[in-house]
Design a protein around this ligand. Structure first.
Ligand code: ATP
Ligand code: MG
Length: 658
C-alpha cells in the first residue's frame, strides 16, 4: 500500500464508538494487569516459556525455548508431551471427571453429552483401534466426517498415537478429498456412512469411495455409522471396516490399552489445507508443543474462560478455527464445548438461538458471514429465544463491518456482552490480534491489538513500520509458538509465500491500518486491494460503507480495469429480506458510498445478486468476481460453496456489461 493510501480513505477511522470492559469483568479477569503486554514485548521468549509451563503438562521439560533458523522455527526443543493427554487424561480424574467435555447436538436434534471421564475411554479405545488397524506413529490419517463426536475423538486418537491427521471438511467433493489424500500421502481414512444436511443425507462414504478410487495411498478406511439405514453402504472387505466392528475387534484382541505416546514438541500434530480464498489451498503443517501452548492460552485469556462456561464455536472441525477452538484449545483448558452438526437455518432460521437457550451457552464464537446472514433474516429469529446465558461473543474469519458488529452487540449480546474480534489464519494456528476480554476497550470493526508475545506490525513497500494513523502490510517480525512450520512437502513455496516479500519477516497477505491510538483495522487481502486514481484502498472500507446502508445485507467489492482511473470500483450487493433491488436503489447506494467515503469511492458498476461466491468456510471469493468482470476463465474453484452462484453472476454480468 503506497503512502497515498493512508489519507484518502478513512471510512473506518470515523468509527469512534468505544466499549470498555465492565468493572465486573476486569475485577475477575484471568488476566488483569495490562503490564503483561510490555513484559512480553521486552522478553517474548521468557513470556512464552512461562506460559508453556502454566498451560501444558509435559512429560519431559525442554532445554531450549526457541530455535530460529529463518524461516524455520522450533519451539520448546527437547520437550515431550501429548496433545490428547493434555486435552483429556489430565481432566479425566478429580473434579472435572464428570464435567461435560462435549455437548453434542445433531441436526435431527439428537443429543449426547460426553464427560471428560467418558472422553478418556472413547479416545483411548479409538486410538487402540487405529493401532489395531495398523496405524503407526507418523502415518497420516484423513478424517472426513460430519460434526459428530467421532470427529473430535478421531483427532484426539490420532494425536494420542502420534499419527498426524488431516481433517477434510465434510462438504468437500470427492476430488477435493482425493487431492488432499494425495498431497499429504494419507494411508488411512476415517469417514461415516453419511451426515445430515438440511434433512438430507450427505453421502460421505460414497464420496470417500470415489476419492479413494483416485489414489493408491489408502490402506484402510474406518466408517462411523451416523445415519444408519438411511444410507446403503458399499464396504470393500479388504479395505473398509465399520468403526464399531473395529472397536469390537480391538476389544476381542485384548489390545485396548493405549497410553499416550511421549512425543517430541516438534512432532507433527496435523496438516490442514487453507480455505482457498486467494488461490489453490496450501497444506499447512502444525506441530505439537507450541501449538498447544498458544491455542490453550489464547482461548483462556481472549475469552476470559471460567470453569463453568459453556463454549460454542460454530466453525466446522474441518477449518483451523474448529481445530484450535473446538478441540485443542478449549479441551486443553478443561472447558465444556458445544458441538453442532447442523446449519443455522434448519429447520428454521432460529436454530442457533434455540441452541444457545437450550444448552445455556455462555461464550459464542462465530463468523462475520454468519452474522450478516442473521441480519438479513431479521431480528424476529433471535427474539424468539432467551439469550441471557451469553456473557461474551466473538468473531473470526473476515473483517467485521462496524454495522454488523453493532447489530451483533445489541441483538445477540443484549448490549451486555463484550465482543472479541479475533484476527488469525490457518498459518498462525492460534489467535494473533484480538481484544483480551478482561483488559481491552473495543471499537466496532477493529481487532484491536496484537496478543502479548506477538510481534506484529504494519509496514510499507520497503518494510518500514508505518506511523500511527497509517496503513500498509500486516507482518509479524518474530516467530510465535503456534506458527506453521512449513507448507507440507514444499519448503520452497513456504519461503516464497510467507518469508520473501520482506526478508525473514512473516508476510500475512492482509492489508491493515492502525489508528492514532494504535488499534489495528484489517482491510482485507492485499491481492484484493484496489487502485483508483493512484489511491490504494482495501475492500473492507468500501464494503463496510455499503453494509452500513439499512437495505444492504452483504457486499463484495473488486477493481475493474478503467482507462481513466486505472481501476474503477465494481460492487456486488445482496439486499436484506423484503427489499426490492432496482435501479433507484443502485443509484442510492452509489451516492451513499460517495457520501460515506468520498466521491472517488463511488462504484462505477453496482450489481445486485442473490448470493455472493464464498468458500466453504464462508469467506467471500473476490478473485472469482474479478475473473468474471474481466471475462477470464475462473481460477481454482475447488473450495467454492455453490458453483451455480458464480454461473448466475457471470451470465448476468455478461448480459449487462457485454
Ligand atoms: P487461502 O490462504 O487459501 O486464500 P484463507 O486465507 O481464506 O485461504 P484462512 O486461513 O481460513 O484461509 O483465513 C485467514 C484469513 O482470514 C486471514 O488472512 C484474513 O484475511 C481473514 N481473517 C480472519 N480473521 C479475521 C478478522 N478477525 N478480521 C479480518 N480478517 C480476518
Ligand atoms: Mg490465507
Amino acid at each position: 500500500m503506497s503512502q497515498s493510501a493512508t489519507g484518502a480513505f478513512d471510512a473506518l477511522f470515523h468509527e469512534n464508538r468505544k466499549f470498555p470492559p465492565s468493572s465486573e469483568v476486569t475485577a475477575h479477569g484471568n488476566i488483569s494487569d495490562p503490564a503483561i503486554y510490555e513484559q512480553a514485548r521486552q522478553d517474548p521468549e521468557a513470556f512464552w516459556d512461562a506460559r508453556a509451563r502454566e498451560q501444558i503438562d509435559w512429560f519431559h521439560p525442554w532445554n531450549q525455548i526457541l530455535d530460529w533458523k529463518p524461516p524455520f522455527a522450533k519451539w520448546f526443543i527437547g520437550g515431550t508431551l501429548n496433545a490428547s493427554y493434555n486435552c483429556v487424561d489430565r481432566h479425566a480424574h478429580g473434579t472435572r471427571a464428570n464435567k461435560p467435555a462435549i455437548i453434542f447436538e445433531g441436526e435431527p436434534g439428537d443429543q449426547r453429552v460426553i464427560t471428560y471421564a467418558q472422553l478418556l475411554e472413547e479416545v483411548t479405545l479409538a486410538a487402540a483401534m487405529l493401532r489395531h488397524l495398523g496405524v503407526q506413529k507418523g502415518d497420516k490419517v484423513a478424517i472426513y466426517l460430519p460434526m459428530i463426536p467421532e470427529a473430535v475423538i478421531s483427532m484426539l486418537a490420532c494425536a494420542r498415537i502420534g499419527a498426524p491427521h488431516t481433517v477434510v471438511f465434510g462438504g468437500f467433493s470427492p476430488d477435493s478429498l482425493a487431492d488432499r489424500i494425495n498431497d499429504c500421502g494419507a494411508n488411512f481414512v476415517i469417514t461415516a456412512d453419511g451426515g445430515w444436511r438440511r434433512g438430507k443425507v450427505v453421502p460421505l462414504k460414497d464420496n470417500a469411495d470415489e476419492a479413494m478410487a483416485k489414489t493408491d495411498h489408502v490402506k484402510r478406511c474406518v466408517v462411523v455409522r451416523r445415519v444408519g439405514d438411511a444410507a446403503a453402504i458399499h464396504m470393500d472387505p479388504d479395505r473398509d471396516i465399520w468403526w464399531h466392528d473395529a472397536e469390537a475387534q480391538t476389544r476381542a484382541a485384548g489390545t485396548t490399552d493405549c497410553p499416550p505416546e511421549q512425543l517430541d514438541s516438534e512432532h507433527p500434530l496435523f496438516i490442514l489445507y487453507t480455505s482457498g480464498s486467494t488461490g489453490k489451498p496450501k497444506g499447512i503443517l502444525h506441530t505439537t508443543g507450541g501449538y498447544m501452548v498458544q491455542t490453550s492460552l489464547t482461548h483462556k485469556w481472549v475469552f476470559d474462560l471460567k470453569e463453568n462456561d459453556v463454549f460454542w464455536c460454530t466453525a466446522d472441525v474441518g477449518w483451523v478455527t474448529g481445530h484450535s477452538y473446538i478441540v485443542y484449545g478449549p479441551l486443553a483448558n478443561g472447558a465444556t464445548c458445544v458441538l453442532f452438526e447442523g446449519t443455522p437455518d434448519y429447520p428454521d432460521k432460529d436454530r442457533f438461538w434455540s441452541m444457545i437457550a437450550k444448552h445455556k451457552v455462555t461464550i459464542f464464537y462465530t463468523a462475520p458471514t454468519a452474522i450478516r446472514s442473521f441480519m438479513r433474516w431479521g431480528d424476529e429469529f433471535p427474539a424468539r429465544h432467551d439469550l441471557t446465558s451469553l456473557r461474551l461473543i466473538g468473531t473470526v474469519g473476515e473483517p467485521i463491518n462496524p454495522e454488523a458488529w453493532i447489530w451483533y452487540h445489541q441483538t445477540i449480546g443484549g448490549s451486555r456482552c463484550p465482543i472479541v474480534d479475533t484476527w488469525w489464519q490457518t498459518e498462525t494456528g492460534g489467535i494473533m490480534i484480538s481484544p483480551i476480554a478482561s483488559l481491552t476497550t473495543t471499537k466496532p470493526g477493529s481487532a484491536t491489538f496484537p496478543f502479548p508475545g506477538i510481534d506484529a506490525d504494519i509496514v510499507d513497500e520497503q518494510g518500514d513500520s508505518v506511523p500511527l494513523g497509517g496503513g500498509g502490510y500486516l507482518i509479524v517480525r518474530k516467530p510465535w509458538p503456534s506458527m506453521l512450520r512449513t507448507i507440507w512437502g514444499d519448503d520452497e513455496r513456504y519461503k516464497q509465500t510467507y518469508w520473501s516479500r520482506f526478508e525473514n519477516i512473516y508476510f500475512a497477505g492482509d492489508g491493515c491500518k492502525r489508528d492514532a491510538e494504535g488499534y489495528y483495522w484489517l482491510l482485507g487481502r492485499v491481492d484484493d486491494v484496489l487502485n483508483v486514481s493512484a489511491h490504494r484502498i482495501g475492500t473492507a472500507e468500501l464494503e463496510s460503507a455499503l453494509v452500513s446502508h439499512p437495505k444492504v445485507a452483504e457486499a463484495a467489492v473488486i477493481g475493474i480495469p478503467d482507462e481513466i482511473t486505472g481501476q474503477a470500483i465494481a460492487a456486488f450487493v445482496t439486499v436484506r429480506s423484503g427489499i426490492v433491488a432496482d435501479d433507484a436503489l443502485a443509484q442510492e447506494l452509489r451516492a451513499h458510498v460517495a457520501k460515506a467515503i468520498g466521491p472517488i469511492a463511488r462504484p462505477k458498476v453496482l450489481r445486485f445478486t442473490a448470493e455472493l461466491p464464498k468458500t466453504r468456510s464462508g469467506k467471500i471469493m473476490r478473485r472469482l468476481l474479478r475473473d468474471v468482470a474481466e471475462g477470464r476463465v475462473t481460477g481454482d474453484t475447488t473450495t467454492l460453496t455453490d458453483p451455480s452462484v458464480l454461473a448466475e453472476i457471470r451470465s448476468q454480468y455478461e448480459a449487462t456489461e457485454g
